[in-house]
Write a protein that binds this ligand. Sequence first.
Ligand code: SAH
Length: 345
Amino acid sequence: MRDIKELSLKELEVKLLSWGKPGYHARQVLSWIYGKGAYEFAKMSDLPVTLRDLLTDEFYILGLRLEDLQRSSDGTDKFLFELKDGNLIEAVGIPAARRVTGCISSQAGCKFACSFCASGLKGFKRNLTCGEMLDEVLYLKHNLEKGQLTHIVFMGTGEPLDNYDNLLKAVRVINSPEAFNIGSRKITISTCGIVPGIRRLQGESLQVELSISLHAADDSLRSRIMPINRKYPLSDLIRCCREYSEKTNRQVTFEYILVKGLNSDLASAKKLSGLLSSLRLAKVNLIPANPVNGSTEKMLPPSEQEVSAFKEYLFKTGVNVTLRKERGQDIQAACGQLRLKHEKN
Ligand code: SAH
């Protein structure tokens, strides 16, 4: 059995023609899947029964099963899914004032072992297929408690740029009018700093948002909390981001988790401001830390005063800065935590 979502509109048309069926049914099939959220071909009532049977024999639509769901009082929905091979992944729906964001996983587990993040605690399992990433989006689209999915961020488990080809294929489907029709500027790819992946992305003519998980503005601290920094140190990463924003004319966002006693004092703010001074189109998104059980780093958010002072320093030195509001605090919000709770080994 194959995942029908791995096929483009064109490929599906070719398949239907090979069965002696008119190609135009392909559009109808996609509209049932993406528009109406049909998980069974049998329900596609305007298709000939013979075609529904042929499709059922060869393809499936949804490759995951809901294992757990946590609904936060602030509207955040956190889904835990089981994949066909038993691996578990998480996806989150986050409603805000004028948008609803789907946070999507790109890998089962993670190999990058950032000290503050729960996703890597049980190691890496495997890349997700394009169809599995689309499964997450599809499920979210039709099962959120509140609102319509408007934005997608690849900020769930895993490193999207370490699963480049499947990611790009999924992004194009999310973007395409026959499928989810979510504008590329509403799709964010977040990376721990895979320099060759960022370079590749720069060459795609795609207007997606790029977000860098920075979290430290000097190499010794960043290498300690994010081991990938030993391979791609800050000088390379920042140079690559500068080229990216110059070539694409797009702003790059830098995520910075504020951890008490680690990277939240004014000396750190000064280093951060200095590090980004050569970038014309940059934004810093500050995130007060979410405590993670079992992480190697003692993760506590700084006081509100310290957070404001940090933000104020960046602002005064000309850095475009925002503060991310914590969501889903009551439902194990930090990345990878729900999965961790369920993983047996
Ligand atoms: N591998 C990609 C995608 C994972 S998203 C990347 O590194 O960007 C990683 C993001 O999750 C971090 O930048 C941060 O914004 C968030 N995150 C992870 N652990 C967190 C924690 N304990 N508290 C708050 N945010 C966290």
